[in-house]
Design a protein around this ligand. Structure first.
Ligand SMILES: NC(=O)c1ccc[n+]([C@@H]2O[C@H](COP(=O)([O-])OP(=O)(O)OC[C@H]3O[C@@H](n4cnc5c(N)ncnc54)[C@H](O)[C@@H]3O)[C@@H](O)[C@H]2O)c1
Length: 409
């Protein structure tokens, strides 16, 4: 807890503003802003002000108690864009450690590429900052284990950017599964279908890029490469590819609903590059996961958008649940004819906004309670896709030990 927050936390309690009130999920942004005065603002620094970072700034800015007072990005044009979303007088830097050393900053929002998630998170919590850290949690399972330990060695609040954990649609879907509406779930399927453009073979920078800082922890140093900078998800040095990028969201829901949040015992995977020629990571793949009581598959195709975007199917002996950006539907068994689907017995219309997840983080900064997507959730959620990547690289089935660590088998 930063000294500023600690002090205010004490004042809030002494002044009769109960922690329970501030922590209650029903507290709206407006009611919180009425309770908190201008001096009670939560002062934030953004690290990684690219597409997601600036979108998150927009989400945080919907809550008057949050303000961005510092921007860190290794690409100067994005610093400028993020400053426009920040408080007057906000500062910009290429070095995130300047934000960590700034006593006026309470929390960091980290939306850098995946190869930076570990170092920035560990440095930030050790510097006494609370952190909203984007998914996928880590670049490897081993890295994730170290990150969880480092966070738990402190008292900092860390929310992993897996917004389904705070979404009304997904939380109410979970309640139905917990109530046994699907019966025994035997098959879970996750999919993500987009029709993407080929990866550009050239790219032009619009301003200064600190390429050395971008590369950061990457061992094999390369000459400045704007294509890699703009398309880092396509290269193993910076990312677990689309497998972890999207898979962490979807496998989390599957194992949260059907396996007490725990990762699979083993995975198999195969992938190909059909769209992003010149990339390293597959843009078309299928992975199979062995959970103790059901089988799960995770399929991504960026060359075709049939049923556009993501869907999760949970197939139980009594009913099937389909979850996507429109909400969820539950269809009773049996499905007699493919062209005449049974009438949905449960339905929810609503998407997956980021704002409830951001609000949950802001509330937990005050209450010091555990947020909806703590580090253990982030770590376990990405373990399944990490396992599938290992299976892809090693061209064989890869298993986890009962303790969740990789086995030598
Ligand atoms: N939760 C979600 O739904 C969601 C959606 C999109 C992206 N993301 C995650 O957000 C992260 C960023 O994705 P993006 O699409 O915004 O990528 P991006 O390339 O648009 O942005 C990344 C930014 O990080 C900056 N950066 C790189 N190294 C840095 C460093 N050491 N210090 C400061 N800045 C640094 C880059 O210059 C760039 O501006 C990824 O981890 C991604 O998985 C999450």
């Amino acid at each position: 807890m930063s000294d500023r927050i600690k002090r205010r936390h004490f004042i809030a309690q002494a002044g009769g503003i109960g922690i329970g009130l501030l922590a209650a999920p029903s507290v709206s942004a407006q009611s919180m802003s009425r309770v908190l005065g201008a001096n009670d603002r939560i002062r934030l620094g953004i690290v990684g002000a690219g597409g997601r970072g600036r979108s998150l700034m927009g989400s945080f800015k919907k809550f008057p108690q949050a303000e961005f007072v510092a921007v860190c990005d290794v690409y100067e044009p994005y610093q400028g864009l993020a400053l426009k979303l920040s408080a007057a007088g906000a500062k910009a830097t290429y070095d995130y450690r300047e934000l960590l050393n700034d006593k006026n900053i309470d929390a960091i929002v980290n939306a850098t590429p995946d190869h930076w998630h570990s170092q920035i998170l560990i440095d930030a919590v050790q510097a006494g900052k609370d952190v909203y850290t984007e998914k996928p949690f880590s670049l490897t399972i081993e890295q994730g284990e170290k990150m969880v330990k480092a966070v738990r060695a402190t008292k900092q609040i860390v929310q992993v950017g897996m917004q389904r954990r705070s979404s009304e649609a997904v939380r109410s879907a979970k309640k139905l599964v917990d109530d046994g509406v699907l019966g025994e779930v035997v098959m879970a399927r996750a999919q993500w279908f987009w029709n993407r453009k080929p990866m550009p073979r050239t790219a032009t920078l619009q301003g200064n890029l600190d390429w050395d800082r971008f590369q950061g922890p990457v061992k094999q140093r390369r000459a400045l490469d704007a294509v890699r900078f703009m398309n880092w998800r396509n290269f193993w040095d910076y990312s677990g590819g689309h497998m972890t990028d999207q898979g962490t969201h979807l496998m989390d829901v599957i194992q949260w609903f059907c396996n007490d949040g725990n990762p699979p015992q083993a995975a198999l995977s195969h992938g190909e590059i059909y769209v992003h020629i010149g990339a390293e990571v597959p843009d078309t793949f299928s992975a199979i996961f062995e959970y103790p009581r059901f089988l799960a598959t995770w399929t991504l195709c960026y060359g075709n958008s049939y049923e556009d975007s993501w869907k999760i199917f949970l197939q139980g002996k009594q009913a099937t649940m389909v979850i996507d950006d429109d909400g969820y539907r539950v269809f009773p068994e049996p499905w007699k004819r493919p062209d005449i689907p049974p009438k949905a017995m449960h339905e929810y219309k609503g998407g997956i906004p980021t704002e409830p997840h951001v609000l949950n983080f802001l509330e937990c900064i005050r209450s010091r309670q555990e947020p909806n997507a703590p580090v253990e959730v982030g770590h376990k959620a990405v373990s399944a896709p990490h396992l599938a990547n290992l299976a892809f690289h090693q061209k064989r089935r890869v298993a986890l030990g009962t303790d969740g660590a990789l086995t030598k088998a």
